[in-house]
Design a protein around this ligand. Structure first.
Ligand SMILES: Nc1nc2c(c(=O)[nH]1)N[C@@H](CN(C=O)c1ccc(C(=O)N[C@@H](CCC(=O)O)C(=O)O)cc1)CN2
Ligand SMILES: [Mg+2]
Length: 296
């Protein structure tokens, strides 16, 4: 193996140590405790597991949490009312609606209803707009976590060629904006892109967020490239047929060639939750007109 493995679990642990200290200071000096409300609709087992993990992490960091588990049959209007209640609740600093939502609910409408100041996922159009305008606002959690991972191996991003594979609102688009704000030259590839291999070969940084298992191959990447794998797909053939999670990068071959790479699992996933915790702390500071201390 030639590549440096970017250990997302360890980096997320460092973020949490820092945050726990910040939250303790916030409590001591200003008597404020961040309060995160997690809204889960229905019985999707993966979503329930992510929400449990978010609630536990927030609790471990000294935050207050509210766990709202709503039935899959809840109407869109009832869910909108719930969000409005949380918006008005002075005790709540952060609102997170776990995605995906059941098919009868318009996700965009729900996200647009969250007060942008409490939108700790950073998915409200106002927060996305601020990100694209390079203004202060809440940044999308997964791209925020990816930037911390990239910064752990590259000290200067200025002028680097970055390629984002995937154009989702959750990851691809905000990721591209963050890299652009860090002075990278950014390209976005997607399912209709022609000759992805050639684009990869020019990239100093590749963020793979296409949901296409093992898409990026070793002969597509430069030896100096840094690769961040956002993909997470269950593959029954992995681990000699026992099954396992795989990313969008062919880890076994690419890790023999590139400079640095995140593993799956243990790369981006833990940093998504760390990003959410950073946002919950930051939102609480902003809501109380306190100076925002930025991690790193
Ligand atoms: N409202 C949101 N919904 C969703 C988001 C989000 O950021 N906000 N992202 C994903 C799910 N997600 C968090 O919600 C998430 C996914 C994966 C992980 C993670 O730590 N994965 C582990 C592997 C987990 C396993 O073993 O099953 C890893 O990569 O190491 C954390 C959070 C969609 N919905
Ligand atoms: Mg839907």
């Amino acid at each position: 193996m030639t590549a440096q493995i970017i250990d997302g679990k360890a980096i997320a642990a460092n973020v949490k140590v820092w945050l726990k200290q910040q939250i303790s200071q916030l409590k001591q000096q200003h008597q404020k405790v961040p309060h995160l409300a997690c809204v889960l609709v229905g019985e999707n087992a993966d979503s329930a597991s992510y929400v449990r993990s978010k609630l536990k992490t927030a609790n471990d960091l000294g935050m207050q949490v509210s766990d709202l588990h709503l039935p899959a049959e809840i109407s869109q209007d009832q869910l909108l009312q719930k969000i409005q209640q949380l918006n008005l609740d002075q005790n709540i600093n952060g609102i997170l609606v776990q995605l995906p939502l059941p098919k009868h609910i318009d996700e965009n409408l729900i996200i647009e209803t969250i007060n942008p100041e409490k939108d700790v996922d950073g998915l409200h159009p106002q927060n996305l707009g601020k990100l694209f305008a390079n203004q202060d606002g809440i940044k999308s959690c997964t791209p925020l976590g990816c930037m911390i991972l990239i910064d752990s191996v590259l000290s200067d991003l200025s002028g680097k060629n970055a390629l984002v594979i995937g154009r989702s609102t959750l990851v691809g688009k905000p990721m591209a904006a963050m890299l652009l704000n860090a002075d990278c030259s950014v390209q976005i590839a997607h399912s209709k892109t022609k000759n992805l291999a050639a684009l990869c070969q020019q990239a100093d940084i590749i963020i793979a967020a296409a949901g296409a298992p093992k898409l990026v191959k070793a002969d597509w990447v430069k030896a100096e490239a840094v690769l961040i794998d956002v993909g997470l797909t269950w593959d029954q053939t992995a681990k000699q047929g026992k099954g396992g999670l795989v990313g969008d990068i062919d880890f076994a071959s690419v890790s023999e060639k590139a400079a640095a790479i995140t593993p799956v699992p243990g790369g981006v996933g833990p940093m998504t939750i760390a990003g959410l915790m950073l946002n919950s702390f930051e939102a609480t500071c902003r809501q109380n007109n306190l100076p925002v201390v930025v991690y790193r």
